[in-house]
Design a protein around this ligand. Structure first.
Ligand SMILES: [Zn+2]
Ligand SMILES: [Zn+2]
Length: 137
């Protein structure tokens, strides 16, 4: 099941399906929350991937729209799977100001705010909700 999803996402993106890329993607699918590159590396110790290959894979996934990134309070990027690449990164994210935990709020949508009197072309929208997570309240 997980493997299929990783394959499906890679197929959609048109990226090469190397075992390393499948492993990284499977890890993100399994965790279902945004992970830092370091957290991904720690979970993939049985796969022979160095920092650079993980970084490059994440860059490629992000560019292809199958994952998205969120910056944590520590200014470190977290990566999470995007199941609906066409709609882009349209869900808000939650950040716990106490423990720094980052979550995708996939049941919510970022409202479409289009500036009327500007010629700017909006390509992505981000929304961060901050507060205390379950464990920190
Ligand atoms: Zn917390
Ligand atoms: Zn997200």
């Amino acid at each position: 099941m997980d493997k299929e999803s990783a394959y499906t996402l890679l197929n959609k993106s048109g990226l090469r399906k190397t075992s390393g890329r499948v492993a990284i993607l499977n890890c993100l699918i399994k965790e279902q929350k945004p992970l830092t590159q370091q957290e991904i590396a720690e979970k993939l110790t049985d796969v022979n991937l160095n920092e650079v290959s993980i970084y490059r894979a994440l860059e490629a996934f992000d560019k292809a729209g199958i994952i998205h990134r969120v910056e944590g309070l520590d200014k470190v990027w977290r990566f999470a799977v995007s199941y609906h690449p066409l709609s882009g990164n349209c869900h808000p994210h939650f950040i716990c100001t106490e423990c720094g935990r980052v979550e995708c709020l996939t049941d919510l949508e970022v409202p479409k705010l289009t500036p009327k009197n500007y010629t700017h072309k909006i390509k992505s929208r981000e929304m961060i909700l901050k507060g205390y997570c379950e464990e920190c309240t």
